[in-house]
Design a protein. Structure first.
Length: 520
């Protein structure tokens, strides 16, 4: 076993050059209420001069300094942008000169570290990529910069977006360590967008970008008391994002309110020639803010996915309370709604993920100029540096993906079966049979204790159907179990993203459940 190779030393040095603790040390606290400062309110304060972008970023850096490597050691941020304050000052100067780049002008944003950034490392949480600097930004990152956002840094994540081991601990990466839940640092932040979830919940930034293949936006959003939105396939480009599965991958917003999620989606969505899926859909114009403010549940037909309950009595009790609340608000509840093919979807999905991960990652590593050029090289690198890369769990998913070979006929059949069962014969059939607008279920159980020896202890959830189908999935906070957040999932048909968000906004008004964790 090699523990002191020049490659590893250089990789660690590259990562530490932009480590949060070193870059945030110069920050001093400002009287900025980070716990209440979402996009909508923050933008209003920037517009009327009560707040500057510099003050907002300075306050965020100070909070990160106090909490990320000190205090509760949330380890939500992997790398900070060394020019964040400089960019914020420039945005302030532009504002004073009467020039606004876009709807995120001067607003700090954190990005999951599997999205390419030309000015910062892109690692997927792996030490093998610690020195990896792609030549160009991901399409989503370009959209954020064009809208005027201040990229605060890159968020930690479950290494390789949690597609490394069946015994993994969500939020742990060899590059960043263990991300912790700000509501209770002994508990999991879920994953794989763990750092984004913990960071936005802790008030490090009002907006975060996560990615999802199956549950990786929704679960960490729900577990950290956030709104999380997985868009329909094709709404947000995957170009410049380290892949798991082309059939299911997408980026999406993680925020503190539904209106903020919708505003962020409007910025990052759109056609990208580098991602053919985005040219196959026509995205309707985003509704204005008033649409979300006046959204109503009256007459909305909602189907209950009873198959997704029964994994935790506390979750069931909160969910039943919220069903009563929805009825009182005028929603028409159809209960239960059953998806007949649900038990069969998981096996087909796993076959798709194993095949597409190998194929997609090999192309990404070569095209982006990564230090390792293939999945096989990555597996070998991890073995050579096992003490640092694999101290708690192994890489059996990487090895299984490498052993699958090419995109076989078995893969093609599995992909067709999975999408058919989840989409046309699943969500679509249920909506049509009962003339429903959306389906609902619980997003998650309360966060479990972090356990590096045994790995994660997932409860239940509602992510698989919309993830496999490629349909929109929104989670909104619905309550707390012993201080730990749980969310309500709202699932709609393909390309009904704005409608799902509108229904979510109406529910959020009805039940403004979110409360910020206690963070210094």
């Amino acid at each position: 076993m090699t523990t002191g190779s020049p490659h590893l030393a250089l990789a660690l040095a590259a990562l530490l050059l932009t480590a949060p603790a070193t870059r945030a040390a110069e920050a001093t606290p400002y009287p900025v209420d980070l716990d209440r400062l979402g996009l909508i309110e923050g933008r209003a304060q920037l517009d009327d001069g009560r707040l500057s972008s510099e003050a907002w970023v300075q306050a965020a850096l100070a909070r990160i300094e106090r909490n990320d490597r000190q205090g509760p050691e949330l380890r939500a941020v992997l790398t900070l942008a060394p020019d964040a304050l400089e960019v914020a000052r420039h945005r302030d100067a532009e504002r004073q000169a009467g020039t606004l780049r876009g709807p995120l002008h001067g607003v700090p944003v954190l990005i999951k570290d599997n999205l390419d950034t030309a000015d910062l490392p892109t690692t997927a949480g792996s030490l093998a990529l610690a020195a990896h600097r792609p030549a160009a930004d991901a399409f989503v990152v370009t959209r954020l910069r064009e809208a005027g956002a201040v990229i605060l840094g890159k968020a930690n994540l479950s290494e390789w977006a949690n597609f490394r081991s069946t015994q993994s601990s969500s939020g742990w990466s060899s590059a960043g360590g263990q991300t912790r839940n700000p509501y209770d640092p002994t508990r999991s932040p879920c994953g794989s967008s763990s750092g984004t979830g913990a960071a936005i919940a802790a008030g490090y930034a009002p907006l975060g970008i996560g990615t999802e293949t199956d549950g990786s936006i929704v679960c960490p959003s729900a577990a950290n008391g956030l709104v999380g939105f997985k868009p329909s396939r094709g709404w947000v480009s995957r170009s410049g994002i380290i892949p798991i599965a082309e059939a299911q991958d997408t980026a999406g917003p993680m925020t503190t309110t539904v209106a903020d999620a919708a505003a962020l989606l409007a910025v990052i969505s759109g056609a990208d020639p580098a991602d053919p899926a985005t040219t196959e859909v026509t995205i309707p114009p985003a509704p204005d803010a008033a649409t979300f403010e006046k959204a109503s549940l009256k007459g909305v037909r909602i189907g209950v996915l009873r198959q997704n309950l029964g994994f935790h009595p506390g979750v069931d009790a909160i969910f039943e309370r919220e069903l009563a609340r929805l009825r009182e608000a005028g929603a028409e509840i159809v209960d239960p709604v059953r998806i007949e093919g649900l038990p069969k979807i998981g096996e087909a999905e796993f076959t798709v993920l194993l095949h597409e991960f190998r194929d997609g990652l090999n192309r990404y590593l070569v095209d982006s100029g990564a230090p390792v050029k293939s999945l096989a090289e990555l597996i070998a690198w991890n073995r050579e540096h096992a003490e640092q890369a694999m101290p708690w769990f192994a890489q059996e998913l990487l090895e299984r993906a490498e052993a699958t070979g090419s995109l076989t006929q078995a893969y093609q059949t599995a992909r067709a079966d999975a999408r058919r069962l989840a989409g046309p014969e699943g969500i679509d059939a249920a909506l049509a049979a009962h003339q429903l607008d959306v389906l609902i279920g619980p997003s998650n159980g309360p966060a479990w204790k972090i356990d590096h020896v045994n790995g994660d202890h997932y409860g239940g959830g509602s992510s698989r159907l919309p993830a496999v189908a490629g349909y929109p999935h929104l989670t909104v906070p619905m309550g707390y179990i012993h201080g730990l957040p749980v969310g309500l999932s709202i699932i709609g048909p393909a390309n009904s993203d704005w409608r799902v968000l509108e229904i979510g906004a109406a529910y959020e008004t009805l039940n403004p459940a979110r409360r910020a964790p206690v963070i210094d």
